[in-house]
Design a protein around this ligand. Structure first.
Ligand SMILES: [Zn+2]
Length: 383
């Protein structure tokens, strides 16, 4: 079982699946799952020039109302960046210094290989397992993520598919395998603000209206506002200005406009609606003439402590001795889509120190334990 994961991982890394390409990864994984008794269904989606490969695979348990556990993940990887800076070819899996190097080694082909081998071992050892095991895999998580998991979840929901537990294989471990499991993610809400003034000569301010002067107190207030206090799972919501621009470049012109980009990372104590309303109320109170375009790139999700977090925590401790910590930090992931259909979603995978970097790697000694943790989690929940 242990060498199996490494062998499958090497085959996956050798498939150069730069987003949204799948490069045959799902075919390889699908063949393995079919041989283990899974029913496969491709849910490919998207226009011809941006075709996304999606796979839903399920092996029904002996008891129809027993839980359904889904392994979720993505086969696509981010681009390599400058090839000359890689120590070895990113699509030739290479072992050195106790690590396996290759694009996708950490994010997230090790998890995919470990999930497949764990499922194979689980069904071989327990052919009459009570609950069901499923896989929901896509080749577009690193890109726009419009035709990937979100589309599959919508289809599964439309036909009344029930999901109880989901493990997303994102690399979550920080220093040691198992030290961190994500049980939620913050939401992300961005705004593009334009404050409109009247351009003029700096010597005649009475004939102009300076948008920088007008906006400054409002921006200062936005920067120090407490949006919420967070909760047991989330830190307080944060507001950050990322870009600001005004002025013509010369010293004697009052600018006619000020542009500000900002972003909220928000907890489940705030909603996009309440944040929008509060920003508009503040800008109006400051008497600004402005336009503001919003974009919501991710709703937050949260899985409170429960059966899934307990099962994976126990599996991690049994295999590694590590007491895991639940965390909701980091960017967004496909967990946000699955959480709309599945009440318990966590993310767990290997060390994330090298994700998206040159010389991405996974420590060799994390590969087999990861497989055993996934397998033990299946046993904790589905027997
Ligand atoms: Zn990932």
């Amino acid at each position: 079982m242990d060498d199996d994961t490494l062998a499958l991982l090497e085959q996956l890394i050798a498939r150069a699946s730069v987003t949204p390409q799948d490069a045959g990864c799902l075919e390889l994984i699908g063949a393995r799952l079919a041989a283990a008794g899974f029913a496969l269904e491709r849910m490919d989606s998207g226009p011809d020039d941006f075709r996304v490969s999606n796979l839903w695979a399920v092996r029904r348990g002996a008891q129809a109302d027993a839980p359904v556990l889904v392994f979720a993940g993505h086969t696509d990887v981010v681009p390599t960046g400058d090839l000359a800076r890689w120590t070895s070819d990113p699509f030739v899996p290479t072992v050195r210094d106790g690590r396996l190097y290759g694009r996708g080694a950490a994010d997230m082909k090790t998890s995919l290989a470990a999930m497949v081998v764990a499922a194979e071992a689980f069904v071989a050892a327990h052919p009459a397992h009570r609950g069901s095991v499923a896989f929901l895999l896509t080749s577009d998580e690193e890109g726009p993520a419009r035709d990937g998991t979100v589309v599959c979840v919508e289809r599964l929901r439309a036909r009344g598919e029930r999901l109880d537990y989901c493990i997303v294989g994102e690399p979550t471990s920080v220093e040691r395998l198992g030290d961190t499991v994500k049980n939620g993610r913050r939401g992300s809400l961005s705004g593009k603000l334009r404050v409109i003034g009247i351009q003029g000569h700096v010597a005649y301010p009475q004939l102009a209206r300076n948008p920088v002067h007008q906006a400054a107190p409002a921006l200062a207030e936005l920067a120090v506002t407490e949006w919420d206090g967070g909760n047991a799972y989330f830190p307080p919501t944060t507001f950050q200005i990322s870009n600001i621009a005004a002025g013509t470049g010369v010293g004697n012109v009052i600018p006619g406009e000020l542009a500000v980009d900002f972003n909220f990372r928000f907890s489940t104590e705030s909603t996009p609606e309440t944040l929008r309303q509060r920003v508009h109320a503040l800008l109006e109170r400051h008497g600004l003439d402005y336009t503001l375009d919003w974009s919501l790139s991710g709703e937050p999700f949260l899985t409170p402590v429960g059966a899934l977090s307990a099962a994976i925590g126990a599996a991690i401790e049994a295999e590694t001795g590590v007491k895991t910590e639940l965390s909701t930090t980091g960017g967004t992931s496909d967990g946000r889509f699955i959480a709309k259909l599945c009440p318990q979603v966590v993310e767990f995978g290997p060390l994330n120190a090298s994700i998206h970097k040159i010389d991405e790697y996974v420590p060799l000694d994390q590969i087999a334990p990861l497989t055993r943790i996934y397998r033990r989690t299946l046993e904790n929940l589905l027997l």
